[in-house]
Design a protein around this ligand. Structure first.
Ligand SMILES: *Cc1c(COP(=O)(O)O)cnc(C)c1O
Length: 462
C-alpha cells in the first residue's frame, strides 16, 4: 500500500519524512523540529496541503511550472510515450522520435543561429556540460590554454561540483571544497545592494567592465567564456541595468571569449521574451536550459549551441560526455507538449503584453510600503527588498535572513508561497496566472508586509 492510499495524519506523515528524508538546502534538525509542509494536490496556480489549506504558488514550484499545474495535454503525452517507449538512450548511434521532435522544436523557438541541442537531465547538468564543451571547443581550435570561465559573485548555476563552482554562492563554496580550479568570479550587477551613489546606467557599465578589467589581468588568451543569468534568480532576482548586457557582449566579442547565457529560469517566457537574452538584447553563443522547458512535469534540461560553436564541436571527433537520461523519451514528450502549450496559447506574448504589465503595475506599487526599499520586476519575476529604513536602504539589525524568513512564513500562513533570499522576497508565479489571481496575490503580499512590519517592530528591529 502506498501513502496515497492510507489515511495517515499530517503528524504521522511528517514523522516518516523526518525519519527518512534529507531535504535539499535544509537544516535537517531545524526542519524536523518544525515539521515539513505536506503538499498533496495542485491545479492551475494553486496548491493544497495535507491540512486542506489552499495556497497560491507564487514561485511556480521552483521557478519552473510555467504553464501551471494539471495540464492534461502534458500528462497524456507522457502516458502515451511511456506505453510506446518509456526509455531508450541516445548514445551509440541511436535516437528516437521524442528526441528528434524536441530538438527540432527547440531550434524553432530559440533565437536565430541556434540549431543544435545537447540534452541533459537538469540545469546543473547543463552547466557541467558547458564547462567541458567550451574547453573542448577551444582545444579543437588549437587554443587549449583558453580554459578559465568568468562568472559572477552571487550567481546561481546549480548544485553539482561544476554548477556550484560557476555559481558565486559563498555558503555553497564553503562545503565540499569548491570552487573547482579555473573559475573566476567578478562583481554582480546588483544596483540596489552595491550601486552606491552611481546611477543604475553607470553602475551597469561599471559592473560589465569588471569583466574587461579581469581579462586584462589574467589574459583573454587564458579565458574560454563568460557565464551569467540574464536575471539572477536564486541570488535575489537581480535585474541588471539596461546598460549591462550589451557591454558584456561587446567585451566578449572584442576579446574573443564565448558568451554563455544561463536561461534555466529566464528561458521559456519568464521575462516576456522566449529567452532572457532576447529581452536584454544580447546574442549568446551557448544557452543553458532546464526548468521551464518542461514546466517541471518531468526533469529535463539542455545545452543550446549556436552554429558557430556547433560547427567546431561537430568536427572535433568524439565529445566524451553524456548522461543516461540525455534525451529521456518521456521527459522529451513532456517538454514537447509544454512548448506546444506555450506556442498555442501565445503565453510568451501574454507575459510581455498583458499579464506581465498588469502584475508589474501592482507589484511595483508595493514600493510605497514602509518596509519596502525597492520593488522590481521584469516579465513575471520580481522581488521586494525589505529594509527598516527606506531612505538609507539599511540592513536589518537582526541576523541576515531573519526578517525574510519571518515574512515568508507569514506569507505561507496567508495562503501565498513567496521565497526569501536573505531579506529579499521573491515572486515568480506561473505564466498562466489570471488577472483575478494577480489581484489576490498582491492583496496577500500587502497583508503579509503589514504583519511582518508589525512583527519586526514588536521585535525591536525598527
Ligand atoms: C535552478 C538553476 C540551475 C540548476 O538547475 P537544476 O535543475 O536545479 O540542476 C542552474 N541555473 C539557474 C539559473 C537556475 O536557476
Amino acid at each position: 500500500m502506498t501513502l496515497h492510499q492510507t489515511n495517515l495524519t499530517t503528524a504521522e506523515l511528517r514523522a516518516i519524512d523526518a525519519a527518512h528524508h534529507l531535504h535539499p538546502f535544509t537544516d535537517t534538525k531545524g526542519l524536523n523540529a518544525e515539521g515539513a509542509r505536506v503538499i498533496v494536490k495542485s491545479k492551475g496556480v494553486h496548491l493544497w496541503d495535507s491540512e486542506g489549506n489552499t495556497i497560491i504558488d507564487g514561485m511556480s514550484g521552483l521557478w519552473n511550472v510555467n504553464v501551471g499545474y494539471g495540464r492534461e495535454e502534458i500528462i497524456d503525452a507522457v502516458a502515451r510515450q511511456m506505453r510506446e517507449l518509456p526509455y531508450y538512450n541516445t548514445f551509440f548511434k541511436t535516437t528516437h522520435l521524442p528526441a528528434i521532435e524536441l530538438a527540432r522544436l527547440l531550434a524553432e523557438v530559440t533565437p536565430p543561429g541556434f540549431n543544435r541541442v545537447f540534452f541533459t537531465g537538469s540545469g546543473s547538468e547543463s552547466n557541467d556540460t558547458i564547462i567541458r564543451m567550451v574547453r573542448h571547443y577551444w582545444a579543437a581550435l588549437d587554443k587549449p590554454e583558453k580554459k578559465i570561465i568568468v562568472a559572477r559573485h552571487n550567481g546561481y548555476h546549480g548544485s553539482t561540483m561544476g554548477g556550484a563552482s560557476l555559481g558565486g554562492m559563498k555558503p555553497m563554496h564553503a562545503q565540499g571544497g569548491l570552487p573547482i580550479p579555473g573559475i573566476v568570479h567578478i562583481a554582480q550587477p546588483y544596483w540596489y545592494g552595491e550601486g552606491g551613489d552611481q546611477s543604475p546606467e553607470a553602475f551597469g557599465l561599471w559592473a560589465a567592465r569588471e569583466l574587461e578589467r579581469t581579462l586584462d589581468e589574467i589574459g583573454a588568451d587564458k579565458v574560454a567564456a563568460f557565464i551569467g543569468e540574464p536575471v539572477q534568480g536564486a541570488g535575489g532576482v537581480v535585474i541588471p541595468p539596461a546598460t549591462y548586457w550589451p557591454e558584456i557582449q561587446r567585451i566578449c566579442r572584442e576579446r574573443d571569449i564565448l558568451l554563455i547565457s544561463d536561461e534555466v529560469i529566464c528561458g521559456f517566457g519568464r521575462t516576456g521574451a522566449w529567452f532572457g537574452c532576447q529581452h536584454f538584447g544580447y546574442e549568446p553563443d551557448i544557452m543553458a536550459m532546464a526548468k521551464g522547458i518542461s514546466s517541471g512535469y518531468l526533469p529535463i534540461g539542455g545545452v543550446m549551441v549556436s552554429d558557430k560553436v556547433a560547427e567546431v564541436i561537430a568536427n572535433a571527433g568524439d565529445f566524451n560526455h553524456g548522461y543516461t537520461y540525455s534525451g529521456h523519451p518521456a521527459a522529451c514528450a513532456a517538454a514537447i507538449a509544454n512548448i506546444r502549450i506555450l506556442l498555442d496559447e501565445k503565453i510568451v506574448d501574454r507575459v510581455r503584453d498583458d499579464i506581465g504589465p498588469y502584475m508589474q503595475k501592482q507589484w511595483l506599487a508595493l514600493a510605497d510600503h514602509p518596509m519596502v526599499g525597492e520593488a522590481r520586476m521584469v516579465g513575471l519575476v520580481g522581488a521586494l527588498e525589505l529594509t527598516p529604513n527606506k531612505a538609507t536602504r539599511a540592513a536589518w539589525p537582526a541576523e541576515i535572513g531573519t526578517v525574510g524568513t519571518i515574512t515568508r512564513d507569514i506569507s505561507f500562513r496567508n495562503g501565498l508561497v513567496m521565497r526569501a533570499t536573505r531579506d529579499v522576497m521573491i515572486i515568480a508565479p506561473p505564466l498562466v496566472i489570471s488577472h483575478e489571481e494577480v489581484d489576490d496575490l498582491v492583496r496577500i503580499t500587502r497583508k503579509t508586509l503589514d504583519e511582518a512590519w508589525a512583527e519586526a517592530k514588536h521585535r525591536g528591529y525598527v
